[in-house]
Design a protein around this ligand. Structure first.
Ligand code: FAD
Length: 399
C-alpha cells in the first residue's frame, strides 16, 4: 500500500453501535415533539428564526454540551453533541439555526485566554449570549480562504476592521460573531496561511457602528446574510489567541465541525427515509402499495444502506477524535458520505411521494431543499475530495 490507508492504522477505540446516549436522545425527542412540521413551515414562509426552539434547546443545556463544566456547560464528549444534532434532525426539526454555537465555541475554548473564556463561555452556556455567527467566506475569494480581503489593522489598543463577508448565517440572531481577517498583508508573510487572525465581534455594539448586516434571500431558510464592515473598532482584547495564527485556529476546529455536520446529515437522512418508507407502505396504486414495486423499494433500500455506512463513519471519526487520535481523513470522509447519503435519501423520498412531494404540508420538499446545502457548506464536496486526494492518497496538491 503506497498511500496512507487509515483502515490499516492500528487504533483501539470504542465504537458504540445502536442507540448510544439513549437518554440524551429521548430528551432531545421530547423537546422536538413540541415543534412539529407546521412550526418549521411557518418559519420557512416568513424567513423566520426559530427563537423558541433555540431557547428550548439552550434551556435543556444542549447547546452548552461541549462547554466544560467549569465554564457552565455539560462537558460532554463530541459524540454526545453529534447525537444531539442528529436526533434534532431525525425528529424533523432543524439543528442548523443552533449548531454554530457548538462548532464555533471550540475556537474560543481552545485558543481564547482564560479571561475571555471566563467572560464568555458561562454566558454562552446559559443562553444569555448567543454565539451563532461565523464570518469566514467572502464574495470574491470563496473557498480560497487565505486570499480573503477583510483587513484588521492594529491602532493602539484597538483594531480597525474593513471588509465584507457573505453567507454569514444567523448574524442577525447572534450577539457575537467569530471573524477571520487578515492582519498582515499576504505579500509580507512566509506562508499564505500566516497573517490571518480571529476576532470575537460583539454584534450588539457593532451593528450600526461599523457593521451592516443584510439578509440574503435563499433557497432554504438559513437566516443567512451579507456583512459589510467599515472602520469597525474592535478592542485588542477581542483578538483570540495570537495575532497571525487565526487560520490554524480555524483549521483546528474543522474535524469536530465535519463530524457534527455529518451527524446532522445522518439525522435528516433518517427522517426523510422514514417518511419515504411510510408513504411507500401506505400509498395504494394499481391495487397494491407502491412499496411492493422494486422500482420504489430498491432505491429506499440503497438509501438506507448508504446512510448506515455514513453513520458508521461518523461514529468511527468521533471515536478517534475523542481518543485524541488523528481523525482528519475520517472526519472528512464522514462528511462526504453523509452529505451524499442524506441527499440520496431526500431525492428517493421525494420521488416516492410522486406529486405529493411538491405539497408543502408533507415537509418533504422543504427537507429536500434543506439537505442540498451539505454538499456545499460548510465546505463543498470538491474541497473534501481534494483533502482526501492530497492527504490520504498522496496525490499532488491541486490548488
Ligand atoms: C446557506 C449557506 C450558509 C452558509 N453559511 C456560512 C457561514 O455561516 N459562514 C461562512 O463563512 N460561510 C458560510 N457559507 C459559505 C460556504 O461555506 C461556501 O459557499 C462554500 O465554502 C463554497 O464557497 P463559494 O460559495 O465561494 O464557492 P467557490 O469557492 O466559488 O466554489 C464554487 C465551486 O467550485 C468548486 N471549486 C473551487 N475551487 C476548486 C478547486 N480548486 N478544485 C475543485 N473544485 C473547486 C467548489 O467546490 C464549488 O463547487 C454558507 C453558504 C451557504 C450557501
Amino acid at each position: 500500500m503506497n498511500y496512507h490507508d487509515t483502515s490499516t492504522e492500528v487504533a483501539e477505540v470504542t465504537v458504540v453501535l445502536g442507540e448510544d446516549f439513549h437518554e440524551l436522545r429521548d430528551s432531545v425527542r421530547r423537546i422536538c415533539q413540541k415543534f412539529p412540521g407546521e412550526y418549521w413551515r411557518a418559519l420557512d414562509d416568513n424567513s423566520g428564526y426559530p427563537t423558541e426552539f433555540v431557547a428550548a434547546l439552550t434551556e435543556a443545556g444542549f447547546l452548552g454540551a461541549l462547554i466544560p463544566e467549569e465554564y457552565g456547560g455539560s462537558g460532554l464528549p463530541l459524540r454526545a453533541a453529534a447525537v444531539i444534532l442528529e436526533e434534532i434532525n431525525a425528529s424533523g426539526c432543524s439543528a442548523s439555526p443552533a449548531h454554530a454555537q457548538m462548532y464555533i465555541m471550540g475556537t474560543l475554548l481552545r485558543h481564547g485566554s482564560e479571561q475571555q473564556k471566563r467572560k464568555y463561555l458561562p454566558e454562552i452556556a446559559s443562553g444569555r449570549l448567543r454565539l451563532q455567527a461565523f464570518g469566514v467566506t467572502e464574495p470574491n475569494t470563496g473557498s480560497d480562504t487565505t486570499q480573503l480581503k477583510t483587513r484588521a489593522d492594529r491602532q493602539g489598543d484597538h483594531y480597525i476592521i474593513n471588509g465584507q463577508k457573505v453567507w454569514t448565517s444567523r448574524a442577525l440572531h447572534s450577539d457575537l460573531m467569530l471573524l477571520l481577517a487578515r492582519t498582515t498583508p499576504i505579500d509580507q508573510v512566509k506562508r499564505r496561511t500566516d497573517g490571518l487572525s480571529v476576532f470575537l465581534i460583539d454584534l450588539r455594539e457593532a451593528k450600526g457602528n461599523g457593521v451592516e448586516i443584510r439578509p440574503i434571500k435563499a433557497m432554504i431558510n438559513h437566516n443567512t446574510t451579507e456583512v459589510f464592515i467599515e472602520n469597525l473598532r474592535v478592542p485588542a482584547a477581542n483578538l483570540i489567541g495570537e495575532e497571525g495564527q487565526g487560520f490554524r485556529y480555524i483549521l483546528d476546529g474543522m474535524n469536530a465541525e465535519r463530524i457534527l455536520v455529518a451527524s446532522e446529515c445522518v439525522g435528516d437522512g433518517r427522517w426523510l427515509l422514514n417518511k419515504g418508507v411510510a408513504y411507500a407502505n401506505e400509498r395504494q396504486v394499481f391495487g397494491r402499495p407502491i412499496g411492493q414495486n422494486q422500482g420504489i423499494q430498491f432505491p429506499l433500500a440503497r438509501a438506507y444502506a448508504e446512510l448506515e455506512a455514513a453513520d458508521m463513519m461518523c461514529r468511527r471519526a468521533a471515536a478517534l477524535f475523542q481518543a485524541g487520535l488523528p481523525c482528519g481523513p475520517d472526519a472528512n470522509i464522514a462528511k462526504l458520505l453523509a452529505s451524499e447519503a442524506t441527499w440520496k435519501a431526500a431525492d428517493t423520498t421525494f420521488q416516492t411521494h410522486g406529486g405529493f412531494a411538491f405539497a408543502q404540508e408533507y415537509d418533504v420538499e422543504r427537507k429536500w431543499r434543506e439537505v442540498r446545502i451539505y454538499q456545499t457548506a460548510p465546505i463543498s464536496t470538491n474541497m473534501v475530495l481534494a483533502y482526501v486526494a492530497q492527504h490520504v492518497l498522496g496525490l499532488p496538491r491541486s490548488y
